[in-house]
Write a protein that binds this ligand. Sequence first.
Ligand code: NAD
Ligand code: MG
Length: 407
Amino acid sequence: MSSQPIEAAMRQVTVLGATGSIGLSTLDVISRHPDRFRVFALTACRQVNGMLDLCRLHRPDYAVMADEQSAAELASRMPAEWGVEVLGGPEGLVSVAAADGCDTVMASIVGAAGLESTLAAVRAGKRVLLANKEALVMSGKLFMDAVAESGAELLPIDSEHNAIFQCLPPHQTRNFPGAGVRRILLTASGGPFRQTAAEALIDVSPEQACAHPNWSMGQKISVDSATLMNKGLELIEACWLFNTQPAQIEVHVHPESIIHSMVEYVDGSVLAQLGSPDMRTPIANGLAWPERIDSGVAPLDLFALGRFHFERPDAERFPCLRLAAEAFEQGGTSPAVLNAANEEAVAAFLRRELRFTDIPAIIDSVLAALPAVSADNFSVIFDKDRESRSLALEQIRRRAVSVSGLG
Ligand code: NAD
Ligand code: MG
């Protein structure tokens, strides 16, 4: 047998949400390995300048703008000699996610807007690198059934889920009894308000909420980290990815964000994955899996860190974690309702139309008004998503506070 390493096949990658935080980190890893990865398609919503820059660098076959007007502008500015075809609208997103010319799709659009294209990649049997947790939270069982049916290779990119995936036996990631798993210890940074008094939370601004102590991320997930809804969504995400229940998952606030999560086995062993808080590590893991490649992340210096801390999440100040666990227990359409109400509440908070502490209140009242019905197909999910948003917007208008009131 030859001792030469087997040459890995060139992966053709579509990056959904290329101009975002995860999209840019993905392109950074890809550009370190031109022998392994080629960019097949890039997508964004409205960032025409950002997309032009990325096309100049990566020369994909396709560039898609979800917003049609932005697609027209991009097409008019794209130099013909770059050989990039511009597409627009949701159909454009779906077509590059499912195209024969690509084998790997990074699903990194934020929110429910990413469900359709992520699902198209799943149905086309791609290697799907899942950052867009909202897609899985909304559609849960239907999403996982689609993965099983098509044989798509679903790899978690969320740092906690990627850590859990790395700590599980490779062929038993959905069989905890068989693998001897007792619990998952899901770590959380605690966000920027971990030590903020309950009375002070009422006045926090979008800028404060988006100033995450350890991670640099898009605005929506930054606010979710501040309310702990991000951990709630991740609890649901872990249940679906690893075929388990909230009772087997315990959230540990770990403010250093170095341990990205742990798996506890019945023999008392606890396996953890550690690393600097930089999403290029889980992204490189997913892109190259089961191999390992350089991600550009600096080595961890444990001497400089010195010590780790752990505490329990505070359910009083951060009710979103409980709301998410309850929505999962209710099942059916409830996680989709939770997600939609949260997206609208977070967007209103970012527009300064809602107080930080009203985010859980809006979600709670929308969940109460729209009890779970069974989620038999995706159209039920999309309908419930729309219904929850209009109800959330109505409630937000009722609670609306003036910009000056928020300071
Ligand atoms: P971001 O806001 O930085 O980027 C979002 C991307 O989605 C952009 O390219 C944007 O153009 C695109 N987009 C937004 N709305 C769209 C729409 N309606 N249609 C099509 N495209 C649209 O977000 P992010 O921080 O990169 O997060 C992306 C996803 O990854 C989220 O689901 C988030 O929860 C998840 N995630 C992010 C991180 C992180 O470190 N940023 C970590 C774990 C998971
Ligand atoms: Mg995470």
